[in-house]
Design a protein around this ligand. Structure first.
Ligand SMILES: [Zn+2]
Length: 100
């Protein structure tokens, strides 16, 4: 598939938006996970003052949803292929077009 310069520029712009979404998602998630480890009372069996039996599944579900979102979001706008773990890849591994 060949794209013109205008389309390629649009892909970069869309990819930048998707990258921002990845970061916006990752920061609170990372803070939440770190906090859940730090604010954990083994004796009272609470995580962030919430009983483990409730907080555990909520945390797990949040992580699973974030991973699913990330997998669907972090795709190259042109070929719709998953870009990979790096947020700063320069080209799409599938079509070789510049991501940024
Ligand atoms: Zn591609």
């Amino acid at each position: 598939m060949e794209y013109n310069e205008e389309q390629k520029a649009a892909f970069k712009q869309q990819a930048a938006g998707r990258r921002r979404n990845q970061i916006v998602l990752a920061i609170p998630l990372a803070i939440g996970l770190i906090a859940s480890e730090l604010v954990r009372d083994e004796q009272a069996e609470t995580i962030l003052w919430i009983p483990e039996i409730i907080a555990g599944p909520i945390l797990l579900l949040t992580v699973v949803c974030a991973l699913i979102y990330s997998y669907r979001n972090w795709r190259f706008p042109g070929s719709n292929k998953y870009i990979g773990r790096s947020l700063f890849r320069k080209t799409c591994h599938a079509c070789g077009i510049a991501i940024r």
